[in-house]
Design a protein around this ligand. Sequence first.
Ligand SMILES: [Zn+2]
Length: 165
Amino acid sequence: MPSDPFADVLAANAAYASRFELADLEARAAKGLGVLTCMDSRIDPLAMLGLAPGDAKILRNAGARVTDDVLRTLVLATHLLGVERVMVVAHTNCRMAAESEQDVHDEIRAAGGPDTRSITFLTTADQEAALRADVQRARSSPYLGRVTGGGVHSDLGTGRLARIC
Ligand SMILES: [Zn+2]
């Protein structure tokens, strides 16, 4: 069997577990906060918002889009896990806002991948409009009740957030 492709992170986990101190955290979000942000690996959601483990429910997907699965998760987070406010965080240089659906399909093909045209990647040519619409989608969901929604834009060059809606 080839060496474990996860060996590095599992080794890091052994060290993490040896000094683990979070066993008593509650499952409820201590700050009543849900954060939806992009999967972009340059974003550190906890540090960006001054949070610690236990403070917030963190949701991520490509482009920080409010999808059906995000809504599904937020219904659980708001009614069962203490979330009262949801912040959607878009960011600069997001590929989902820089390219068209066709661009992404073409690039995946060019990279040796399959024909992905049956998948919608939720790219947008107007990131701010998409953010506003996504926040409104969460705000208006009949399943989310009185949750407060807000949208911000993260500048990955400075780390600063700007309130959009
Ligand atoms: Zn992104």
